[in-house]
Design a protein around this ligand. Structure first.
Ligand code: ATP
Length: 389
């Protein structure tokens, strides 16, 4: 997986040491936000799967530090993202986050508690990677047999766009409300470079055609015309990668009609928020959709879904999106630290999830089964251990 600008320091903890002539495995320290609702339920199996896969791939050792944040923490303490948790996140090699927010816990202005958005801003995680793929056995709602070929990545800018207005919106009495969308050249350039590098990497690994589509609304809004102009400028630096731009409404239709044609899509924050749920719908369930929010120095990996309070506490949530997010983290760490074992670890987890889906006997209710969260986690863990590298 492509990294931010690739400037990330090599962690001391991750340094390789030799002992008895055998290279010692590196250790990676992970900050873990269990969050709210189903968060802790899906995080526990994901951490077990990660450890098993790392062991089976002889990739590395993971250490986990659970740190508080979220709506329940805000209700208890009045703070959604404690400074100590942010510090732990900054110091970690990578961050795993399940889901945060509860509909009944809100700030005084009525908005939901979203420390994950604060984290994206604080750590400058500008590139939100939302892979969309259809695994055999998933409930893809598209009947066309080409749906099994769907394998693309939506890159959602995650620090500005309409979300730059979070907490700054204005309501004038009961007559008018305003929010402001912000696009900057600096972030857009980094975002587009990330998308082009990702397309190049996918092409080199045989996963994509090497094409990036900029998704915008440049025919109506000046901010999006500006966004598109920067995209065209940056595309000149990546002459081996195809570049085109389309309006978001046309792309939304293609998501339903011909999504197997996509390779890499890059878009503004709010459009990306909406399209990523559409992508999760194509994958068959929100419970299957992973994501990574990536910056130059840090990265947070979390499922696309929320805290699902309607099913929390029952042990029936699908942990696969969280597990696949952990796989993305292994992949990202592998590329950041040039550790092929970690890339293999991520691939092993993805294949194990695929095996459990195809086998079809251990699925949660969202995928038509009756298994519990822990049963699915255990099945993936077993598949991870059994897979031949
Ligand atoms: P947010 O705005 O925080 O993303 P949301 O309002 O989109 O959250 P979710 O919490 O993602 O809502 O839940 C949407 C629906 O999907 C709910 O019915 C929920 O139970 C279901 N859902 C979400 N995640 C899972 C999961 N991992 N397993 C099973 N069902 C899930």
């Amino acid at each position: 997986m492509v990294s931010g600008s690739g400037k990330r320091r090599r962690s001391c903890a991750a340094a390789m040491v030799c002992e008895n002539g055998q290279p010692m495995r590196p250790t990676f320290h992970i900050a873990v936000f269990e969050g709210d609702g189903i968060g802790p339920e899906i995080m526990a199996p994901a951490l077990r799967v990660l450890k098993t896969a790392a062991e089976a791939s002889r990739a590395c050792t993971f250490t986990f530090e659970t740190v508080p944040a979220g709506a329940a923490h805000y209700a208890e303490s009045g703070v959604a993202l404690p400074p100590s948790s942010l510090k732990a996140a900054r110091e970690a090699d990578a961050i795993l986050l399940s889901a945060m927010g509860l509909p009944h816990v809100r700030y005084p202005d009525g908005t939901e508690i979203s420390p994950q958005i604060e984290l994206r801003m604080a750590l400058d995680l500008y590139a939100g990677m939302r892979p969309v793929f259809v695994l055999p056995g998933a409930n893809c709602p598209l009947s066309d047999p080409r749906a099994l070929d769907i394998d693309f990545v939506l890159v959602r800018e995650s620090t500005e766009g309409l979300f730059a207005s979070v907490g700054r919106g204005v309501v004038d009495g009961d007559s008018e409300a305003r929010e402001t969308l912000r696009i900057t050249r600096k972030t857009s350039e980094k975002l587009f470079d990330f998308a082009f590098r990702l397309a190049r990497q996918r092409k080199q690994s045989g996963r994509g055609r090497g094409e990036v589509i900029c998704v915008d609304k440049a025919n109506v809004f000046k901010a999006f015309a500006f966004f598109r102009d920067i995209f065209v400028e940056r595309s000149a630096e990546f002459s081996d990668i195809g570049a085109s731009a389309e309006y978001v409404d046309a792309i939304a239709m293609r998501f339903v009609q011909r999504p197997w044609e996509f390779d890499v899509l890059v878009t503004e924050n709010m459009f990306g928020d909406i399209l990523s749920d559409l992508g999760a719908g194509i994958m068959g369930s929100l419970g299957l959709a992973p994501s990574g929010d990536i910056g130059d120095e840090h990265a947070v990996f979390q499922p696309c879904h929320g805290s699902a309070p309607d099913i929390a506490g029952r042990g029936v949530a699908n942990p696969m999106a969280m597990i696949l997010s952990a796989a993305m983290m292994a992949d990202w760490l592998g590329h950041q630290h040039a550790e092929p074992g970690l890339i293999a670890c991520g691939e092993r987890i993805r294949r194990a999830v695929g095996e459990v889906l195809v086998e079809g006997n251990t699925l949660t209710a969202d995928l038509g089964g009756s298994a519990t969260t822990d049963m699915v986690g255990l099945a993936v863990e077993q598949a991870c251990g059994e897979l031949v590298a």
